[in-house]
Design a protein around this ligand. Structure first.
Ligand SMILES: [Zn+2]
Length: 413
């Protein structure tokens, strides 16, 4: 059997998601409310009610449930429903209260609190505002962490994965993983702010299966929330950020690269829009780090002018492009609405390979679970067909063969 590598996942969140209210099949706000209603009745211990997988872009009516309706089904316990991309969240009043948010609260830097025409909170929170709410919701008790991680590892193994990269590893993760002694080979990519401490303790927990990959940064948001940073505006971009938003300036990215490089480690940069991708390339060329293995995560749009540069930086800094074609299957409608003028260059896998990137070496596939399900077949289908059976194809010219697609998932060496 082929030994597969999942190059982009969120292990602990995958474990947690196995027990969440599953909302990906909801066709509208009323389905979301019904799903929470069932969950609220079946768990009466007062624990937070958490759901995931909402995809309003695929609904006929893309409006979220109202705060009043969400409160009615969830009651006094904190409740939150994540949009499938984990960048937007619907909170109930109890969760908003726990986060100290009121109608008078200003938007946090890098985030937006949804408000109605009267300025009252709608419960929908974007980017850093979503994280603000999420951080106030009690986590599962520490003693459950090992069990959740075990469940996640067992689940990923059933899909053929023998290696995985965690692209936002929590500082506590390595010690718990070390004790699990799981046969999975695991590479950890904590946020840059946690990198130095984890590098310092690595000799206590790292071994031939468990290691520190480098630091993770978020250069932009997501396509779904129109916060991925683009070189030209979205067809339906919001007035506040018509071409998305950079969450980090080039100077910020340079400083992150320097911090990691000082530890002899590379950076993995979440960059979905072509402006974010370019920002990372500019920063790499400016800093000229000594470490290798830099990564661009997602890269849904790359400006044609940057393709050759990426190939050059592959040679020079061991740059890796890590993509999740499975996102394409879910994003087709959002792409058609957001970037109808540049659909032909979405996820340019074939262009990257033709330019010189080696599948499985410089070009890796992953799923980004739990943002989408971890089945590798989804990414294979997306890379080969560029469509769902019921949809139009996106950039058919970027299709690759099934053999090449599996190579992008295959563990080398
Ligand atoms: Zn991710």
């Amino acid at each position: 059997m082929t030994r597969l590598r999942e190059a982009h996942c969120h292990l602990y969140q995958h474990g947690r998601s196995l027990g969440m209210v599953q909302l990906s099949d909801c066709r509208g706000a009323s389905d979301v409310l019904a799903a929470f209603g069932v969950s609220a009745e079946s768990t009466t211990d007062g624990s937070p009610l958490i759901g995931q997988g909402i995809r309003p872009d695929s609904w006929d009516d893309p409006r979220w449930p109202s705060l009043a309706a969400f409160d009615e089904v969830t009651g006094d316990r904190p409740a939150a429903a994540w949009c499938f991309d984990y960048h937007t969240l619907l909170a109930n009043s109890s969760a908003l209260r726990a986060a100290g948010l009121t109608d008078a609260s200003p938007d946090p830097i890098g985030g937006v609190l949804g408000r109605d025409a009267q300025g009252k909170l709608t419960g929908v929170a974007y980017e850093r505002a979503a994280l603000l709410v999420w951080d106030a919701i009690p986590e599962p008790p520490v003693e459950r962490r090992a069990r959740l991680l075990s469940a996640a590892l067992d689940d990923l193994r059933t899909h053929g994965y023998v290696e995985l990269h965690d692209l936002k590893a929590q500082p506590w993760l390595p010690v718990v993983l070390r004790e699990l002694e799981d046969p999975m080979k695991i590479g950890l990519w904590p946020l840059v702010k946690d990198l130095a401490a984890m590098a310092q303790s690595a000799q206590e927990w790292s071994n031939d299966r468990l290691g520190l990959g480098g630091g993770k940064i978020f250069v932009d948001g997501t396509l779904n929330s129109r916060t991925a940073a683009m070189l030209s505006p979205y067809a339906d971009g919001p007035a506040a950020h018509p071409a998305g938003m950079l969450l980090m300036t080039e100077a910020d990215v340079c400083s992150a690269i320097e911090q990691a490089d000082a530890l002899g480690l590379p950076i993995a940069a979440h960059a979905i829009g072509d402006r974010a991708v370019r920002t990372v390339l500019d920063a790499l060329e400016r800093v000229k780090p000594a470490s290798r293995g830099y990564r661009i995560e997602h890269a849904e749009l790359i400006d044609p002018e940057d393709i050759d540069r990426i190939v050059r930086l592959c040679d020079r800094f061991g740059l890796i492009v890590s993509v999740q074609p499975c996102h394409l299957l879910a994003d087709i409608e959002a792409l058609q609405r957001a970037v109808p003028d540049r659909l032909g260059r979405v996820l340019p896998i074939r262009t990257l390979i033709d330019a010189g990137l080696a599948p499985g070496v410089d070009l890796l596939f992953g799923s980004d679970t739990p943002i989408v399900r971890p089945h590798p077949e989804d990414s294979i289908r997306a890379a080969v067909d560029r469509k769902r059976p019921d949809s139009a194809a996106i950039a058919q010219c970027e299709a690759i063969s099934e053999t090449t697609a599996w190579q992008c998932f295959t563990q080398m060496g």
